[in-house]
Design a binder for this molecule. Sequence first.
Ligand SMILES: Nc1nc2c(c(=O)[nH]1)N[C@H]1C(S)=C(S)[C@@H](COP(=O)(O)O)O[C@H]1N2
Ligand SMILES: [Mo]
Length: 346
Amino acid sequence: MNVETPAHLLDDDITPAEKMFIRNNGLIPENIDAGKWTLSIEGEAVKKAMSLTLAQLKKQFKPYTYQLVLECGGNGRAGFNPPTRGNQWSYGAVSCAQWTGARLKDILDFVGIKPGAEYIGYYGKDTHISGDLSKVVISRGVPIRKALEDQTLVAWQMNGKDIPLVHGFPLRLVIGGWPASVSGKWLHKIAVRDKVHDGAKMKPPSYAVPIHPVAPGETVDPGKMRIIEAMPVKSLITYPKSGGILRKRKTLDIRGHAWAGDRSISKMEISIDFGATWQICQLDPAVNFLAWQHWSAHLTFPGSGYYEVWAKATDSAGISQPVSIPNWNPQGYLNNSCHRIAIKVA
Ligand SMILES: Nc1nc2c(c(=O)[nH]1)N[C@H]1C(S)=C(S)[C@@H](COP(=O)(O)O)O[C@H]1N2
Ligand SMILES: [Mo]
């Protein structure tokens, strides 16, 4: 089941469950008994493998709550030409809900990891679409430095309630700022690896892009690809909806969100003349590291007619969103070009 959210429905500061995109590579697990749920920590780089019940996790570890951006690596794929295979997401495969759970770093501290720990990989309880129970749907992960970040959570709540089934009930790994495919749903096992995790969909071309830029449509050897880490700077106009008509007025209050992988947003700009001139927007700080930032602007249109409003974010390293679609790649990842809406002044 794959569902995306139209940009104007992503207007909430905290994405509610009913407006959150859904990306399931396999089949949602059935008959979950949260009372019997366990998380095992295994792999070459743990001192001693251990299994913890969900109840133990909740009792043993201090809970933290963070708002975290989860964006599918393929969000924006529909913009690429020639088209690439995969879900044809436009802008809406992104969310920023509030997640509550234990820090993975506290859990790994408790279990004990070896100095050679390099990567972690998750395993979820979803099943392969083929019905073959021996096949793993997806098992991705992150380097240990990202895994040990304060905001990396083993979460049991979303927006203050049990995580909805489609989003990973009863337990989910949540890692903000990186492709959402590293945030494993229905989490029941974490492997601490002494090498890059080699689970399902870890190997290029999955969630990987060419090391050197390629021409649109080019064939790329997976050996010449790198695994996507932090997502690039991006923003959305969430109010108003594209296609709005202004009657008897030439002004408009506009707003949205911006985010930038492991970085923050330093500047937000808007253009009503196809990028010829830009107006600086009001930009709020993030509620916490790896949450999106809200922006707003008051626009005055010069006269009646058809306009496009373009939004452009710049991150703390000075890198901006491109106005046209960047870096065609075989799997259609990382299209972070400017979001634009149409407005008519009647
Ligand atoms: N177990 C499991 N975890 C998963 C997936 C999956 O198919 N199975 N899909 C991943 C991908 S590709 C994305 S984009 C996000 C989507 O999260 P959401 O459905 O909660 O929005 O979950 C990730 N975690
Ligand atoms: Mo994804």
